[in-house]
Every structure is written in C-alpha cells, then in structure tokens.
Design a protein around this ligand. Structure first.
Ligand code: EPU
Length: 442
C-alpha cells in the first residue's frame, strides 16, 4: 500500500483548481439508472470511489464511457447509458468497498420496480445505519426485506412507487444519501412526495439540478422540505458536477497550516460559509479575487492567507449549512498550532476521531471526552509515521505533516485516494516536499 513521505516546514504558494465533488458525483452517476437516455457528467474527479461506482453501474447494465482525450491531470467527462435492466443486484463485493453504493437503491427501485443491494456495513467512522433510507422508500410503497445480508426492495403491484409525505430526520439530523435515494425514487413515483427534514447539502441541490434537467419536477432542494411531483419518464441531460467543498476546505487548511498563500480556482464559496467563518475566527483570510459581478458563487477564485499567530476556536460539526464533519480532522490539525485551547465537537459521527491518537504521536496535546476534543495549541509538531483508516482523518495527518518538524510518513494512503485526486501532486506543485512511495519501494 502506498504511503506519503512529507518533509515538513515548507510554505505553500501558488494556484490550484478545486476538482469536481466526489460526494456530488456518486449519486449523480447513480441517477443514470433512472433512464435509458444518455447522461453526460462533466468534471468528475479521478478517484477510487468514482471507479468503484463506475464498476458497480456497469454490473447493473449501464454503459460507462469516459472521455478519451483528457490528459492525465484533466478531470473526466462520463457518459452513462442504461443498456440492460436484467441485473439488479448490487453485490457485497463492491458495496463493502464503498458505502455510497447504497445510492443505487432508490433509482433502481423506481425504474425497475425492484432492487437488491447488499446492506452496507459500518466503517471506520462509526455504525452508519441505513434505516432512514429504508423508511423513506417504504413510505413510497416499497416492500423491503432483508435476506442474506441484502436489502431486497420491491415496488407495489403495478411496479410504480406512490408519492407520500415523509419525515426523514433521525437522531443525528438529516441524511444526505438517504435524501438522495428518496428524492430519486420519488421522481418516477405516482403523485406528489414531500420530504421533510431533508438534507440541505449542496450535493443534494446539485442532484436536484441534474434530475430537473432530466425532466423531474422538484422544488425546495437546499431547504429542509423538498417537494417532488412524479413524472412518467426521465430523459437525457448534460451536467457539470459542482466543485468539491471538502477538497476546497482542505486546501484552505493547507495554506493556513504552512503560513502560505494559495489562490484557489473553482472555489465553492457559497457552500463553505461555515468553514470560512471558523477559519476567519482562527486568523485565516479567504478573499475573493475574481470579479464579483460575473462570478458564479459556487465557482469563485479566492486567495487564502493566514496570520502568523492563530487563535483558538470552538467548532461543532452539524448538517449543512453548519460546519461539515468532513472538514473536522483538517481543522483540528490546524488548531494544534493555535495559541490556546480549542474545543472540537463532532455531532454527525461521534466516533470520527481516528486522527486524534495519530496527531498525539506527532506531539499534539489533545484530550478527548466522548464526542468532544480539547486541543491545546503547541509550538510545534514533530514528524512521525502515522496512519488512519478514514479518508478525512488521513487528510488531517497530511496537513499536520506539512507543518511538522522533520519527516512524516502517512501510511495506507489508499484512504486518501478514495477522495482526493493526487493530493500529493497538487501540494508539491505549490512547494510542499511530499512524495508518494509505492508499496514496492517501501
Ligand atoms: N444516519 C442514520 N440512519 C440512516 C442514515 C444516516 O441514523 O439511515 C445517521 C448517520 O449514522 C450519521 C448521520 O445520520 O450519524 C448523517 O449521515 P448521512 O446519512 O448524512 O451520511 P451519508 O449520506 O452516508 C454523506 C457523505 C459523507 C459525509 C456525510 C455527512 C457521501 C458519499 N458521503 O454520507 O462523506 O460525512 O454525508 O455529511 O456523500 C467523506 O466524504 O469522507 C464522507 C464520509
């Protein structure tokens, strides 16, 4: 398994483009199951999770074409066309590699009248149940059974789901992929569906935009109440994936932790206001440098710089528009260098703290109690071999390595490769001393 070797202490300076969003692209790809017409998706990032979703869709009868002409560094365009509906079983082999596979459930059920999807297990960040997905699909009239570790979903007699009013909130708030599943399923249901306590994440808004372009009737996406009027069929669409707000937030922390200066293009400023708010409280400046009159608010150009002395803050992760759990580890790495005590509380995945023990090995002073970590700032971190089996925790460790004294080796970077498209190349192009060491070389 590859690792990253980082010599800390280099200031980052330069210009980078934020990729298309992984978490938007996965449900967008799954929406191809809702129609036989071709779906073109542009600016899809080159990631292991995207390759897994492409493999899963291929097994489910979707032809997946990727743009040929793009260079190695260019994002990909995908054309997805359903060619066969014979195979409706998302097998354990693939689902276990990627929980997001569950987002094929709603589209497949709505279009084919049945779906069999291996029940996703827990993962490094917690239990991650899918009860809300199933509650939503049941409310649309689906019969749901569990057999051999698979979810078997069947539409009512006649093969069509029925619109309904569904409360989709759970103990930890709304569910992003659950909302995606139910919203997709409702587009082809008979009658009107209202999803109350829907996820408001920008990825849901992007999915609603795609579905609307395909002919769906959806209002309210981005608010907690989404209304969907079912239609008989959906058609072709050509859609550009929104920019990845989590990659953008990670790069902001990278600039700040190295006391650097980065210009970031394709920056989804409007989707990141909670992150900007906390970073500004720490002493990080994020200023738009494009022309505000003609700028798309989700594709700005910003300059990120930081004060030499960073201030401690309190931060609590929440569903959007609150501070995203997917940026918690990266902010914690930065807060290790603040002058004083910060308090980080995780309200989405209360056990998502795999980075805590590893940062401690690098000299951080962290005290965890339940879902809260008190971060007492230190003068320096020291390089060390570290590892974390969560994508964002690994990103936090890379950031810590960029700022630490000496050499940090981040092991098992395949977790990072699931969500960041060659992060090391991007960081190195701005002055970081970071190298990928292939498994065979270590
Ligand atoms: N939950 C339930 N029941 C459900 C579904 C969720 O109790 O049926 C709980 C979860 O256990 C969690 C909370 O609700 O406590 C929110 O989970 P959600 O369903 O929103 O998470 P998800 O849709 O499975 C997506 C992202 C995650 C991101 C979360 C929260 C994708 C592919 N994944 O997961 O991204 O952390 O939303 O914003 O979109 C990542 O990219 O590193 C990542 C983990």
């Amino acid at each position: 398994m590859d690792s990253f070797v980082i010599e800390g202490g280099r200031r980052l300076e330069g210009r980078l483009r934020v990729n298309g969003s992984k978490n938007a692209a996965l449900p967008l790809m799954a929406a191809s199951l809702l129609t036989d017409a071709p779906l073109v998706l542009r600016d899809v990032p080159r990631l292991a999770d995207i390759a897994n979703m492409a493999r899963l869709l291929t097994e489910l009868g979707v032809e997946v074409e990727q743009s040929e002409n793009a260079g190695d560094d260019a994002p990909r365009d995908f054309t997805l066309t359903t060619r066969s509906t014979d195979e409706s079983h998302a097998r354990y082999d693939i689902v276990r590699t990627m929980r997001a596979s569950v987002c094929v459930l709603g589209p497949m059920l709505a279009r084919r009248g049945q779906a069999r999807v291996s029940m996703p297990g827990g993962c490094a960040i917690g239990e991650r149940p899918v009860d809300l997905h199933l509650r939503g699909l049941r409310a649309l009239g689906a019969n749901i059974e569990l057999d051999g570790g698979d979810i078997i979903a069947t539409a009512p007699a006649g093969g069509r789901l029925r619109g309904s009013t569904i409360f989709l909130g759970g103990a930890f708030g709304s569910t992003v992929l659950g909302t995606a599943n139910v919203m997709c399923a409702a587009t082809l249901a008979e009658g009107v569906t209202i999803i109350e306590s829907a996820a408001c994440e920008p990825e849901i808004v992007d999915l609603a935009r795609l579905l609307t372009a395909m002919g769906a009737r959806i209002t309210g996406a981005g608010s907690p109440r989404i209304l969907i009027e079912g239609v008989d069929a959906l058609g072709a669409a050509d859609h550009t994936v929104i920019a990845d707000r989590i990659e953008a937030g990670t790069l902001c922390c990278a600039a700040a932790i190295t006391n650097g200066s980065l210009e970031l293009e394709n920056f989804p400023l409007d989707a990141l206001l909670a992150v900007v708010d906390r970073l500004e409280a720490v002493g990080v400046k994020i200023e738009p440098i494009d022309n505000p009159t003609d700028a798309d608010r989700l594709r700005r150009v910003v300059r990120v710089t930081s004060d030499r002395s960073l201030r401690p803050v309190s931060v609590t992760t929440q569903p959007h528009p609150g501070f995203p759990t997917d940026c918690q580890a990266q902010l914690m790495a930065l807060l290790c260098f603040a002058e004083g005590n910060s308090v980080v509380t995780e309200k989405i995945f209360p056990d998502r703290f795999l980075h805590v023990a590893e940062l401690t090995r690098m000299g951080a002073t962290l005290v965890r109690q339940g879902a809260t970590v008190v971060v007492s700032g230190v003068k320096e971190l020291r390089g060390a071999p570290v590892m974390a089996s969560d994508l964002r925790a690994s990103a936090g460790l890379v950031l810590a390595g960029l700022a630490a004294r000496g050499t940090t080796t981040v092991n098992r970077v395949y977790h990072l490769d699931r969500g960041y498209d060659r992060l090391e190349t991007k960081l190195a192009s701005c002055g970081a001393a970071i190298e990928r060491r292939k498994e065979s070389e270590s």
